[in-house]
Design a protein around this ligand. Structure first.
Ligand code: AMP
Ligand code: MG
Length: 338
């Protein structure tokens, strides 16, 4: 189903529906749905005793033992010790849950495709109240069964409020003035995005398990897309209500707090940091690694109406934290990494 881009009657962005990230209660509900789905899939749960035993076994392994055991189990040895331990722990758990020595083949993913999105937006240095407009809309499409990237979409968008990019923005994103000057405005780009997805039959409402969007943290949809829809006076698209928050899923799956996910995987960033497409490609690499390690990529973040708890994030007056270390927290505060 394609989202209808209907005009909202009010002119003031502030007057419109307040979207925010999922409340703690909603998040707990999603988690419990996911757990019960997992239980149904496996018809088994693990006791605390079994979990403690797995944790202790893996914790006591030296790096050499870890490497050997992962190789023996035909698992990837990429990443830091923390990642390797997380990978092995999950594997042991799945061996018990599925009662199989090859549980990776039995894991059922909830979606056929994952569309990784990473917006770039207008910005300026140290500007608290900046009205960010989306200037790059990339999609990197993962085929979940193949565990590989199969397609991509990219379009620049012409900003309207601040049509001239700041030097800071061009330096940060690599996006040139002529590229946005030649681009359609956001509403047209959104229309092209939906056509692109429809051509691949990815927005079909009859098949909700076909596609999930994935982003690095909550900001792309809950902050940038929401703000852009207000500025363009269009309804927030229904397909962006929930998404896979890769940063959150990564931290949960490997039981570590994330500073730099790629570094943990011993991968280096490919391309230009803060290019929407290159950012999306690198997030997709992390998502593919999660799939390969048996992490279930289900929806774990989203927007909903009227939750004051997260008003700060969706408020245009949000003070942006530029401290990369802040990314080690699970906080929904926007984190700019340089
Ligand atoms: P990213 O996905 O990390 O490339 O960031 C998305 C957008 O956030 C960028 O296009 C900028 O609009 C904004 N942004 C990122 N880092 C900074 C920063 N250090 N200062 C101001 N804005 C930033
Ligand atoms: Mg980016």
């Amino acid at each position: 189903m394609s989202t209808t881009l209907s005009r909202i009657t009010t002119d003031s962005p502030q007057d419109q529906t307040c979207y925010s990230t999922l409340s703690t209660a909603e998040e707990k509900r999603l988690l419990s749905v996911e757990r019960s789905l997992e239980r149904k899939r496996t018809c088994k749960t693990l006791s605390q005793k079994q979990l403690t035993k797995i944790n202790n076994t893996v914790r006591q392994m030296t790096p050499a033992m870890l490497d050997e055991e992962l190789t023996k189990k035909k698992l990837c040895t990429r990443g830091t010790d923390d990642i390797q331990r997380g990978r092995l722990k999950n594997h042991y758990k799945n061996e018990l849950l599925f009662d199989s020595k090859n549980p990776l083949t039995l894991i059922e993913q909830p979606f056929e495709y994952i569309a990784v999105v990473d917006f770039e937006a207008t910005c300026d240095e140290n500007q608290k109240n900046y009205l960010h407009e989306i200037i790059e809309f990339p999609i990197v499409l993962i085929d979940v069964k193949q565990q590989a990237v199969i397609d991509q979409f990219q379009s620049y968008c012409r900003p309207v409020r601040n049509p001239i990019l700041t030097k800071f923005c061009t330096d940060l994103t690599g996006i040139q003035q002529r590229q946005v000057d030649a681009a359609p405005i956001f509403v047209e780009v959104l229309h092209n995005v939906e056509s692109w997805l429809n051509e691949r039959n990815l927005l079909s409402s009859s098949n909700k398990s076909r596609l999930a969007f994935a982003t690095d943290g909550p900001w792309d949809f809950a902050k940038f897309l929401r703000l852009q829809c207000r500025l363009s006076s269009i309804l927030y698209p229904e397909w962006a209500n929930k998404w896979v928050n890769i940063r959150k899923r990564f931290a949960q799956f490997y039981s570590i707090r994330i500073v730099r996910m790629l570094e943990y995987l011993n991968l280096s960033f490919d391309g230009h940091r803060h290019s929407g497409l290159d950012d999306s490609i690198n997030i997709a690499r992390i998502a593919v690694q999660l799939l390969k390690d048996g992490c279930i990529l289900s929806l774990n973040d989203g927007v909903h109406t009227g939750d004051p708890e997260f008003a700060a994030m969706t408020n245009t007056n949000t003070e942006f934290a530029c401290n990369p270390d802040a990314a080690t927290t699970d906080s929904d505060e926007i984190v700019f990494e340089n």
